[in-house]
Design a protein around this ligand. Structure first.
Ligand code: EPZ
Length: 436
């Protein structure tokens, strides 16, 4: 299992280009199978989760070719309508393929995605919506099966603005008979990007980004090309790393409008932010001030995916910050690891009370989930001494070239594999994989 070795307190300086959005490219890759033809998707980051989605497309019978950050998909030879447990297990958000497979073939059988580190992750809203559109749904032996010769346009009211359920409805309703009106839809920027992609292949969708999305079913779709938006959570994570280590960075190819709720928090904590349409300059000079409360909520509220990285930044601050995590029931797994670095945090259910300290010290910590792992890297960048972060398979799910980008900004971070660690414990000398 690979680990990062991080020597903290190196100020960050310089510019990096932000990756394409993981949470945009995943539903778009699923949606490509609606059209029995080709889709060309640009700005696709190299991530474990994207590779998992490509594996599913190939399993279903699509041809998939990656050239740099462009992916060419030909789904004309799609020949399966099932996703086995082995593939679902790799990425639980593969449930986003359900609506696309059902709409294309008339049936879909996927292994129930089950829970993950963040919580139970139910899919009841997805299934209720597809059932309303006429799908016959059965759950047996850990599988979910859906069948419908042709889905029918319906009025759907989500009890919670679920991102995945919104995406499954938009995708499956694209070729349904009649119009679907989705109320209490999620409003994340990735929803709007999905609408742009679907409309570029001939769909008739409007309202994405507002609570009401209308999908007029169409009979046929055509080939298309699309560029995925920038990853707002990756942008936020680099800001948190800079807030921890201090310094000034320029994010290029970012969309500041997509994460204003987070840059507002950083500004209130004493950082400086200047923005343009596709860049953001960020400076963190001295000690941060606590900013309280920070309450996670659906977009445009404070994103749950930003909670861990921003908490890492505010562990070293003046004052007390209260976090309230309203989206997932188990999203504080980074807290014990931050405490082992000297942070002062107390959690009670969905509340975390962070009493700022003046410094963190190094520790050997382990990532338990994607954003919590990124938070540990951020904290280590601002801690005295050499820290070790393990569990990188979680981080690799969502951050492209993470340590390379941080090294480019001046961080002392190296990725080493187990072999090197065992050799280090012996006598052989060998430089880490990517030592400068
Ligand atoms: C998406 O997950 C993102 N993943 C998550 O990012 C993100 O944290 C989340 O939206 C919230 O913004 C992708 O886009 C691949 P939800 P999703 O459905 O769609 C409950 C990351 O780090 N719910 O909006 O699964 C659910 O339990 C990941 O990149 C139901 O009760 O999120 C949760 O409490 C983590 N029934 C809440 O809604 C359902 O049928 C939000 O879930 C569906 C969801």
């Amino acid at each position: 299992m690979d680990t990062y070795i991080i020597n903290g307190r190196h100020k960050l300086d310089g510019s990096i280009r932000v990756q394409g959005a993981k949470n945009s490219v995943l539903p778009i890759l699923a949606a490509t199978i609606l059209n029995a033809g080709t889709s060309i998707i640009h700005n696709c980051p190299e991530l474990r989760d994207v590779e998992a989605a490509l594996k599913i497309l190939r399993y279903l019978g699509c041809s998939v070719i990656r050239q740099g950050d462009t992916i060419y998909i030909d789904s004309s030879q799609l020949c399966k309508c099932t996703i086995p447990h082995s593939l679902m297990r790799e990425m639980r958000s593969s449930v986003i393929f359900l609506g696309a497979i059902l709409a294309r073939t008339g049936e879909a059988v996927v292994a129930h995605p089950g829970g993950c580190e963040l919580g139970a992750r139910p899919i009841d809203l997805h299934l209720k919506a597809l059932s309303t559109m006429g799908a016959e749904i059965k759950e047996y032996a850990g599988n979910v099966s859906c069948a419908a010769a042709r889905l029918r346009g319906s009025i759907i009211d989500l009890s919670f603005p679920s991102v995945g359920a919104t995406e499954n409805v938009m995708i499956s309703a694209t070729t349904a008979l009649g119009t679907t009106v989705l109320h209490n839809a999620a409003r994340e920027p990735e929803i709007y990007d999905l609408q742009c992609f679907l409309n570029s292949m001939g769909a008739k969708i409007s309202g994405a980004g507002t609570p009401v999305v209308t999908i007029d079913g169409v009979h046929s779709l055509h080939n298309t090309e699309h560029e995925v938006i920038s990853d707002r959570i990756a942008s936020i994570t680099y800001l948190a790393c800079t807030a921890c280590a201090g310094g000034e960075i320029l994010l290029e190819g970012t969309i500041p409008d997509h994460y204003r709720s987070v840059t507002d928090v950083f500004c209130r904590s004493g950082c400086t932010v200047t923005t343009g349409k596709d860049y953001l300059r960020f400076r963190c000079g001295g000690e941060l001030k606590a900013v309280s409360p920070i309450v996670t909520s659906p977009y445009p509220g404070f994103p749950t995916d930003a909670q861990a990285p921003v908490m890492a930044a505010l562990t070293k601050s003046k004052g007390i910050t209260v976090f309230i995590e309203n989206i997932f029931e188990n999203r504080y797994r980074h807290v014990p690891e931050l405490i082992s670095m000297g942070a002062n945090i107390r959690t009670e259910g969905r509340t975390a009370i962070v009493t700022g300290v003046s410094a963190l010290h190094s520790a050997s910590v382990s990532a338990a989930d994607l954003r919590g792992g990124a938070a540990l890297v951020a904290a280590a960048l601002g801690a005295e001494g050499e820290s070790i972060v393990s569990g990188l398979s979680h981080i690799d799910r969502g951050y492209e070239h993470f340590d390379e980008n941080l090294r480019k900004l001046g961080a002392s971070i190296y990725r080493i594999n187990d072999t090197y660690r065992s050799e280090q414990n012996g006598t052989k000398e060998k430089a880490p994989q990517n030592a400068q």
